[in-house]
Design a protein around this ligand. Sequence first.
Ligand code: GAR
Length: 193
Amino acid sequence: MKRIAVFASGNGSNAENIIRYFRSPGHDGAEVAVVVCNRPDAKVIERAERLGVPVCVMTRAEINDPQTMLGLMERHGVDIIVLAGFLLMVPEFLLGRYEGRIVNIHPSLLPKYGGKGMYGRHVHEAVVAAGESESGITIHHVSAECDGGRIIFQASVPVTPDDTPETVAGKIHALEAEHYARVIEREFVEAMK
Ligand code: GAR
């Protein structure tokens, strides 16, 4: 069974969906072994704890320290790293150790609305301000470039003139819930058996 570390900084709806997905019948090829969080007030902590998943709250300095971070990954036997609303850059030593095994979800159709500062509601505000007729999600490998790794999967959703950043966020979260865990399973669990 593959062991997943979910890295998250905020609400944690994706983290929760992924934990639940790999506990549901027929999806036992992986499990979430640990949640890593860099914000002590993030809702993801409560969500993971409620589901009995160990949570490790770490400072940026700890995350960027090879001994601390690789030690944690080793202790939990982590095979795959899944970013789910994680707002720090992944340190280079982790990119090296987990090459091809780190995945991120971004709430737009990359390369549009990606890069530094483009996360969460900032993305949806920009999409609405630009009058876009669609938005979507991108699931991609993580590289040293912000939102720049190879794209694995995209799905789109219409944006209408009466949409607000909040309604777009709702549509995007629904797409994320539908696809993220499934794509992780296909690309990182089934394919790496
Ligand atoms: C998600 O929409 C995710 O795509 C986005 O943050 C949200 C986290 O929601 N990620 C980024 O913007 C990364 N650049 P969640 O905490 O409820 O899973």
